[in-house]
Design a protein around this ligand. Structure first.
Ligand code: NDP
Length: 287
Protein backbone atom coordinates (compact mmCIF):
# COMPACT_ATOMS: atom_id res chain seq x y z
CA UNK A 1 0.00 0.00 0.00
CA UNK A 2 1.51 3.39 -0.88
CA UNK A 3 0.95 6.66 0.92
CA UNK A 4 -2.16 8.41 -0.39
CA UNK A 5 -1.01 11.95 -1.15
CA UNK A 6 -4.52 13.37 -0.79
CA UNK A 7 -5.13 12.07 2.72
CA UNK A 8 -2.76 11.61 5.63
CA UNK A 9 -2.62 8.09 7.00
CA UNK A 10 -2.03 6.86 10.53
CA UNK A 11 -1.32 3.45 12.01
CA UNK A 12 -2.19 3.05 15.67
CA UNK A 13 -0.81 -0.07 17.35
CA UNK A 14 -2.96 -0.98 20.34
CA UNK A 15 -6.67 -0.86 21.04
CA UNK A 16 -6.75 0.25 24.66
CA UNK A 17 -7.97 3.65 25.92
CA UNK A 18 -4.83 5.49 24.71
CA UNK A 19 -4.84 4.00 21.20
CA UNK A 20 -8.58 4.33 20.68
CA UNK A 21 -8.64 7.94 21.88
CA UNK A 22 -5.70 8.81 19.64
CA UNK A 23 -7.46 7.09 16.70
CA UNK A 24 -10.72 8.94 17.42
CA UNK A 25 -8.99 12.33 17.35
CA UNK A 26 -6.94 11.48 14.24
CA UNK A 27 -9.99 10.17 12.36
CA UNK A 28 -12.02 13.25 13.25
CA UNK A 29 -9.15 15.40 11.95
CA UNK A 30 -9.30 13.64 8.59
CA UNK A 31 -6.50 11.09 8.96
CA UNK A 32 -7.19 7.71 7.41
CA UNK A 33 -6.56 5.78 10.61
CA UNK A 34 -6.32 2.06 11.27
CA UNK A 35 -5.98 0.48 14.70
CA UNK A 36 -3.97 -2.74 14.77
CA UNK A 37 -4.14 -5.13 17.67
CA UNK A 38 -3.29 -8.75 18.08
CA UNK A 39 -5.66 -9.65 20.91
CA UNK A 40 -3.83 -12.89 21.72
CA UNK A 41 -0.67 -10.94 22.51
CA UNK A 42 -1.81 -7.54 23.60
CA UNK A 43 -5.13 -7.65 25.42
CA UNK A 44 -5.91 -4.21 26.84
CA UNK A 45 -5.54 -4.06 30.61
CA UNK A 46 -9.07 -2.66 30.60
CA UNK A 47 -10.35 -5.96 29.22
CA UNK A 48 -8.83 -7.70 32.25
CA UNK A 49 -10.64 -5.41 34.68
CA UNK A 50 -14.14 -5.84 36.04
CA UNK A 51 -15.35 -2.34 36.88
CA UNK A 52 -13.89 1.14 36.63
CA UNK A 53 -15.01 3.46 39.39
CA UNK A 54 -12.68 6.40 38.88
CA UNK A 55 -13.30 7.30 35.25
CA UNK A 56 -15.13 10.64 35.07
CA UNK A 57 -18.70 10.66 33.84
CA UNK A 58 -19.78 7.41 35.46
CA UNK A 59 -20.77 8.25 39.05
CA UNK A 60 -21.76 4.66 39.78
CA UNK A 61 -18.83 3.06 37.94
CA UNK A 62 -18.83 1.35 34.58
CA UNK A 63 -18.21 -2.17 33.38
CA UNK A 64 -14.65 -2.05 31.95
CA UNK A 65 -15.34 -4.12 28.84
CA UNK A 66 -18.45 -2.02 28.02
CA UNK A 67 -16.33 1.13 28.33
CA UNK A 68 -13.78 -0.33 25.91
CA UNK A 69 -16.59 -1.34 23.51
CA UNK A 70 -17.95 2.22 23.59
CA UNK A 71 -14.49 3.64 22.86
CA UNK A 72 -14.15 1.24 19.91
CA UNK A 73 -17.61 2.15 18.63
CA UNK A 74 -16.95 5.88 18.91
CA UNK A 75 -13.66 5.66 16.96
CA UNK A 76 -15.38 3.49 14.32
CA UNK A 77 -18.21 6.08 14.01
CA UNK A 78 -15.63 8.58 12.75
CA UNK A 79 -14.06 6.14 10.29
CA UNK A 80 -11.29 4.43 12.26
CA UNK A 81 -10.53 1.07 10.67
CA UNK A 82 -9.62 -2.00 12.69
CA UNK A 83 -7.28 -4.85 11.80
CA UNK A 84 -6.79 -7.80 14.18
CA UNK A 85 -3.05 -8.07 13.45
CA UNK A 86 -0.16 -7.05 15.66
CA UNK A 87 2.51 -4.56 14.63
CA UNK A 88 5.85 -6.37 14.95
CA UNK A 89 8.24 -3.59 13.95
CA UNK A 90 8.35 -0.12 12.43
CA UNK A 91 10.90 1.28 10.01
CA UNK A 92 10.53 5.02 10.55
CA UNK A 93 12.74 5.95 7.59
CA UNK A 94 10.61 3.89 5.20
CA UNK A 95 7.31 4.87 6.92
CA UNK A 96 6.50 1.16 7.05
CA UNK A 97 5.28 -1.29 9.67
CA UNK A 98 5.62 -5.07 9.57
CA UNK A 99 2.53 -6.87 10.80
CA UNK A 100 2.28 -10.23 12.58
CA UNK A 101 0.61 -11.55 9.43
CA UNK A 102 3.78 -10.82 7.42
CA UNK A 103 2.08 -7.95 5.60
CA UNK A 104 3.65 -4.47 5.43
CA UNK A 105 1.63 -1.28 5.86
CA UNK A 106 2.76 2.26 5.12
CA UNK A 107 1.58 5.47 6.76
CA UNK A 108 2.52 9.05 7.54
CA UNK A 109 2.26 8.64 11.30
CA UNK A 110 2.67 5.63 13.59
CA UNK A 111 1.41 5.56 17.16
CA UNK A 112 2.59 2.92 19.61
CA UNK A 113 -0.10 2.47 22.26
CA UNK A 114 0.44 -1.16 23.15
CA UNK A 115 0.03 -0.76 26.91
CA UNK A 116 1.56 -2.96 29.54
CA UNK A 117 1.25 -6.57 30.61
CA UNK A 118 1.33 -8.35 33.96
CA UNK A 119 4.82 -8.93 35.35
CA UNK A 120 5.67 -12.62 35.50
CA UNK A 121 6.05 -14.22 38.92
CA UNK A 122 8.37 -17.13 39.49
CA UNK A 123 9.57 -19.13 42.47
CA UNK A 124 10.78 -22.72 42.93
CA UNK A 125 8.11 -25.03 41.50
CA UNK A 126 6.07 -22.27 39.82
CA UNK A 127 6.78 -23.77 36.41
CA UNK A 128 4.70 -26.79 37.44
CA UNK A 129 1.45 -24.87 37.88
CA UNK A 130 -0.39 -22.40 35.71
CA UNK A 131 -0.25 -19.05 37.47
CA UNK A 132 -3.07 -16.75 36.45
CA UNK A 133 -2.69 -13.00 36.02
CA UNK A 134 -6.30 -11.99 35.37
CA UNK A 135 -9.12 -12.73 37.81
CA UNK A 136 -11.80 -11.47 35.43
CA UNK A 137 -10.52 -13.80 32.68
CA UNK A 138 -9.88 -16.96 34.74
CA UNK A 139 -11.64 -16.53 38.10
CA UNK A 140 -14.69 -18.57 37.09
CA UNK A 141 -12.47 -21.69 36.87
CA UNK A 142 -12.34 -21.58 40.66
CA UNK A 143 -16.02 -21.12 41.54
CA UNK A 144 -16.57 -22.49 45.05
CA UNK A 145 -12.85 -23.29 45.44
CA UNK A 146 -9.89 -21.69 47.22
CA UNK A 147 -7.46 -19.25 45.62
CA UNK A 148 -4.37 -17.25 46.59
CA UNK A 149 -3.61 -13.75 45.30
CA UNK A 150 0.02 -12.61 45.36
CA UNK A 151 0.64 -8.86 45.67
CA UNK A 152 -0.64 -5.90 47.62
CA UNK A 153 -1.32 -3.25 44.95
CA UNK A 154 -4.54 -1.93 43.42
CA UNK A 155 -4.70 -4.88 41.01
CA UNK A 156 -4.30 -7.44 43.80
CA UNK A 157 -7.07 -5.91 45.92
CA UNK A 158 -9.37 -5.54 42.90
CA UNK A 159 -8.75 -9.14 41.86
CA UNK A 160 -9.16 -10.45 45.42
CA UNK A 161 -12.54 -8.70 45.71
CA UNK A 162 -13.63 -10.09 42.34
CA UNK A 163 -12.54 -13.62 43.32
CA UNK A 164 -14.26 -13.30 46.71
CA UNK A 165 -17.57 -13.14 44.86
CA UNK A 166 -16.86 -16.48 43.17
CA UNK A 167 -14.50 -18.48 45.38
CA UNK A 168 -14.97 -20.08 48.77
CA UNK A 169 -11.85 -18.46 50.18
CA UNK A 170 -9.27 -15.99 48.88
CA UNK A 171 -5.92 -15.64 50.67
CA UNK A 172 -3.87 -12.55 49.87
CA UNK A 173 -0.11 -12.94 50.27
CA UNK A 174 1.52 -9.52 50.69
CA UNK A 175 5.27 -9.33 51.09
CA UNK A 176 5.41 -6.17 53.19
CA UNK A 177 3.29 -4.96 56.10
CA UNK A 178 1.77 -2.19 53.97
CA UNK A 179 -0.28 -2.18 50.80
CA UNK A 180 0.79 -0.26 47.69
CA UNK A 181 -2.67 1.18 46.97
CA UNK A 182 -3.66 4.50 45.44
CA UNK A 183 -6.54 4.80 47.95
CA UNK A 184 -8.03 2.73 50.76
CA UNK A 185 -11.40 1.90 49.18
CA UNK A 186 -10.58 -1.60 47.91
CA UNK A 187 -8.25 -2.28 50.84
CA UNK A 188 -11.03 -1.53 53.35
CA UNK A 189 -13.55 -3.53 51.34
CA UNK A 190 -11.17 -6.53 51.26
CA UNK A 191 -10.52 -6.25 55.01
CA UNK A 192 -14.27 -6.33 55.58
CA UNK A 193 -14.88 -9.50 53.52
CA UNK A 194 -15.34 -12.67 55.52
CA UNK A 195 -13.85 -14.90 52.82
CA UNK A 196 -10.71 -12.81 52.24
CA UNK A 197 -7.77 -13.60 54.48
CA UNK A 198 -4.96 -11.03 54.23
CA UNK A 199 -1.52 -12.34 55.20
CA UNK A 200 0.98 -9.50 55.61
CA UNK A 201 4.74 -10.02 55.45
CA UNK A 202 4.23 -13.31 53.68
CA UNK A 203 5.88 -14.66 50.57
CA UNK A 204 5.83 -18.02 48.83
CA UNK A 205 9.10 -19.90 49.16
CA UNK A 206 8.20 -22.94 47.07
CA UNK A 207 5.30 -24.84 45.65
CA UNK A 208 4.17 -28.45 45.48
CA UNK A 209 1.40 -30.07 43.54
CA UNK A 210 -0.43 -32.47 45.88
CA UNK A 211 -1.76 -35.89 44.82
CA UNK A 212 -5.30 -34.49 44.62
CA UNK A 213 -3.96 -31.84 42.13
CA UNK A 214 -4.41 -29.08 44.71
CA UNK A 215 -1.52 -26.64 45.09
CA UNK A 216 0.48 -26.46 48.29
CA UNK A 217 2.24 -23.14 48.87
CA UNK A 218 5.16 -23.16 51.30
CA UNK A 219 5.51 -19.78 53.00
CA UNK A 220 8.66 -17.99 54.08
CA UNK A 221 7.40 -16.87 57.50
CA UNK A 222 7.08 -20.22 59.23
CA UNK A 223 3.27 -20.43 58.78
CA UNK A 224 1.98 -23.87 57.85
CA UNK A 225 1.65 -24.44 54.08
CA UNK A 226 -1.40 -23.06 52.39
CA UNK A 227 -3.37 -25.36 50.09
CA UNK A 228 -5.35 -23.74 47.29
CA UNK A 229 -6.86 -24.63 43.93
CA UNK A 230 -5.61 -21.64 41.96
CA UNK A 231 -2.95 -18.93 42.22
CA UNK A 232 -3.30 -15.40 40.83
CA UNK A 233 -0.24 -13.19 40.53
CA UNK A 234 -0.76 -9.40 40.68
CA UNK A 235 2.75 -8.12 41.20
CA UNK A 236 2.75 -5.17 38.82
CA UNK A 237 3.04 -4.58 35.12
CA UNK A 238 5.78 -4.15 32.56
CA UNK A 239 5.41 -1.87 29.54
CA UNK A 240 5.16 -3.51 26.12
CA UNK A 241 7.13 -2.16 23.18
CA UNK A 242 7.55 -2.38 19.42
CA UNK A 243 10.99 -2.39 17.77
CA UNK A 244 11.57 0.81 15.81
CA UNK A 245 14.45 1.50 13.43
CA UNK A 246 15.35 4.80 11.77
CA UNK A 247 14.58 8.38 12.79
CA UNK A 248 11.46 8.30 14.98
CA UNK A 249 11.05 12.04 15.34
CA UNK A 250 7.92 13.24 13.53
CA UNK A 251 7.04 9.69 12.40
CA UNK A 252 6.57 7.51 15.49
CA UNK A 253 4.84 8.47 18.74
CA UNK A 254 4.21 6.55 21.97
CA UNK A 255 1.28 7.03 24.29
CA UNK A 256 -0.42 5.37 27.25
CA UNK A 257 0.90 2.72 29.59
CA UNK A 258 3.72 1.59 27.28
CA UNK A 259 5.51 4.82 28.20
CA UNK A 260 7.91 4.64 31.13
CA UNK A 261 6.43 5.84 34.44
CA UNK A 262 2.89 6.09 33.05
CA UNK A 263 0.27 6.76 35.73
CA UNK A 264 -1.69 3.64 34.67
CA UNK A 265 -5.13 5.15 35.01
CA UNK A 266 -7.73 4.98 32.24
CA UNK A 267 -8.26 8.73 32.37
CA UNK A 268 -4.51 9.33 32.01
CA UNK A 269 -4.29 6.94 29.03
CA UNK A 270 -7.22 8.74 27.39
CA UNK A 271 -5.56 12.12 27.97
CA UNK A 272 -2.26 10.85 26.64
CA UNK A 273 -3.97 9.49 23.50
CA UNK A 274 -5.66 12.85 22.88
CA UNK A 275 -2.46 14.83 23.53
CA UNK A 276 -0.50 12.61 21.11
CA UNK A 277 -3.13 12.97 18.39
CA UNK A 278 -3.16 16.77 18.77
CA UNK A 279 0.62 16.82 18.45
CA UNK A 280 0.43 14.77 15.23
CA UNK A 281 -2.42 16.86 13.82
CA UNK A 282 -0.63 20.15 14.45
CA UNK A 283 2.63 18.80 12.98
CA UNK A 284 0.90 17.76 9.75
CA UNK A 285 -1.08 21.01 9.57
CA UNK A 286 2.24 22.83 9.46
CA UNK A 287 3.70 20.60 6.73
P1 NDP B 1 1.90 -2.30 41.74
O1 NDP B 1 3.28 -2.23 41.21
O2 NDP B 1 1.21 -1.06 42.16
O3 NDP B 1 1.87 -3.30 42.99
C1 NDP B 1 2.51 -4.54 42.91
C2 NDP B 1 2.34 -5.29 44.22
O4 NDP B 1 2.99 -6.57 44.08
C3 NDP B 1 2.99 -4.60 45.41
O5 NDP B 1 2.28 -4.92 46.59
C4 NDP B 1 4.39 -5.25 45.43
O6 NDP B 1 5.01 -5.27 46.69
C5 NDP B 1 4.03 -6.67 45.04
N1 NDP B 1 5.14 -7.41 44.47
C6 NDP B 1 5.96 -7.01 43.45
N2 NDP B 1 6.86 -7.97 43.16
C7 NDP B 1 6.60 -8.98 44.03
C8 NDP B 1 7.19 -10.25 44.26
N3 NDP B 1 8.22 -10.68 43.52
N4 NDP B 1 6.69 -11.03 45.23
C9 NDP B 1 5.64 -10.62 45.97
N5 NDP B 1 5.02 -9.43 45.82
C10 NDP B 1 5.50 -8.63 44.86
O7 NDP B 1 1.08 -3.10 40.59
P2 NDP B 1 -0.49 -3.12 40.26
O8 NDP B 1 -0.65 -4.05 39.12
O9 NDP B 1 -1.30 -3.36 41.46
O10 NDP B 1 -0.81 -1.65 39.76
C11 NDP B 1 -0.08 -1.13 38.63
C12 NDP B 1 -0.55 0.31 38.42
O11 NDP B 1 -1.90 0.31 37.96
C13 NDP B 1 -0.52 1.16 39.68
O12 NDP B 1 -0.12 2.45 39.32
C14 NDP B 1 -1.95 1.16 40.15
O13 NDP B 1 -2.30 2.31 40.90
C15 NDP B 1 -2.70 1.11 38.81
N6 NDP B 1 -4.01 0.48 38.99
C16 NDP B 1 -5.05 1.30 39.33
C17 NDP B 1 -6.29 0.78 39.55
C18 NDP B 1 -7.36 1.73 39.97
O14 NDP B 1 -7.18 2.92 39.94
N7 NDP B 1 -8.51 1.26 40.35
C19 NDP B 1 -6.58 -0.66 39.41
C20 NDP B 1 -5.41 -1.43 39.07
C21 NDP B 1 -4.18 -0.87 38.88
P3 NDP B 1 5.88 -4.00 47.20
O15 NDP B 1 4.88 -2.93 47.52
O16 NDP B 1 6.59 -4.56 48.37
O17 NDP B 1 6.80 -3.63 46.06
Amino acid sequence: MGIDSSKKTAVVAGAGPAGLTCALYLSRAGFETTVYTDEERSLSQLAMTERIENYPGFPHGVDAVSLLDLMNEQAACYGTGYDPAGVDSIDADLHAAKLSTGKEVRADAFVIAVGAEPAVFSFPGSDRIGIHTCAVCDGSLYAGLDTAVIGGGDTAFGDALYLAGICRRVTMLIRRDVARVSNDIALNAAMGKENIDIRWKTQISSIEVADDRRIMLHLDNGDSPLTVDGVFSCIGVKPRSIAVTGEKNGVVWECGDCRPNAARQVSCAVGDGARTALEIISLFQMK
